[in-house]
Design a protein around this ligand. Structure first.
Ligand code: SF4
Ligand code: SF4
Ligand code: SF4
Length: 263
């Protein structure tokens, strides 16, 4: 493992793995870790608060900076209050938008069915709230006891693992997805590269890009549209009454259409 990857890994190990993007890195803790290694200030992790800013300053031998403030009160461990999301299930329309937004796959449900959040897994990152079209997700205070250092490392490792698995799944379905991709900014190639260096996260493999059909020029597009309309018209007429001349005309139009489509 080269030195820069080892440093990114050490920095990432101190970040909460909430993957919330509040540090300004929309696709999570690892890109922020990379940016810190490249010189960005190490006090921007909002859920990590002052303890994370201090730990990073020590690791990097940099001056201690005041951590970015959170909107929540500070807990007994010096970090901002841990929150959880809760779906008002009777209002949920089952649109599934929150599922792809959740970086740690804490939401279960499927199309047109009520969704629910697995509160043990939810980090309170809030990423599921903006995509919800009916605004039926609330944030509530997490009443679980504040984690000690050992428990926190275990939770962070689990969240990191879940995030890599999430990226791998999103990557796999990316080219087949019909619905909106809520977290389209994830740099899957960067995570894929990093996942090869670690043995405690799922390896991410990139989905091969399907060769795109060459863009059609405007003239061809118009001709295609005309041909399709003529074909439809003839097919309708022939479905009502057989006509040899029209059948021949239809074959010619279909052949021309195929020629244009094949370029
Ligand atoms: S927990 Fe959120 S703010 Fe902190 S490093 Fe990770 S993505 Fe950034
Ligand atoms: S359920 Fe919502 S708040 Fe909880 S981790 Fe997932 S996206 Fe974040
Ligand atoms: S985004 Fe909102 S309405 Fe859609 S499935 Fe999730 S909670 Fe239900």
């Amino acid at each position: 493992m080269d030195a820069s990857i080892a440093l990114i890994r050490e920095i990432d190990a101190l970040l909460p793995q909430t993957q919330c993007g509040l540090c300004g890195h929309r696709d999570g803790c690892l890109p922020y870790a990379k940016s810190i290694a490249e010189g960005e200030e190490a006090n921007k992790c909002v859920p990590g608060g002052q303890p994370v800013a201090d730990a990073l300053a020590t690791l990097l031998k940099r001056p201690v900076l005041i951590a970015e403030p959170s909107v929540w009160d500070i807990q007994s461990d010096g970090r901002p209050q841990q929150m959880k999301a809760v779906i008002r299930e009777d209002e949920c329309i089952g649109c599934t938008k929150c599922i792809s937004a959740c970086p740690v796959d804490a939401i279960i449900g499927s199309g047109k069915l009520m969704h629910t959040i697995l509160t043990d897994l939810c980090t309170g990152c809030e990423l599921c709230i903006p995509p919800c079209p009916v605004d039926c997700i609330d944030l509530v205070e997490d009443t679980a006891p504040v984690a000690n250092d050992e428990q926190r490392i275990k939770v962070q490792d689990d969240l990191r693992h879940r995030y890599y698995a999430h990226i791998q799944r999103e990557e796999k379905y990316r080219i087949h997805r019909k619905g909106p991709i809520v977290r389209a900014e994830i740099d899957a190639a960067f995570f894929a590269k990093f996942s090869q260096e670690l043995n405690n996260v799922p390896a991410i493999t990139l989905t091969e890009k399907v060769a795109e059909s060459p863009a059609l020029d405007a003239k061809t597009t118009i001709e295609l549209a005309k041909l399709r309309t003529q074909i439809k018209k003839l097919e309708k007429q022939l479905s009502l009454r057989a006509d040899e001349k029209k059948q021949l005309q239809l074959s010619e139009l279909q052949q021309r259409l195929n020629e244009l489509l094949e370029g």
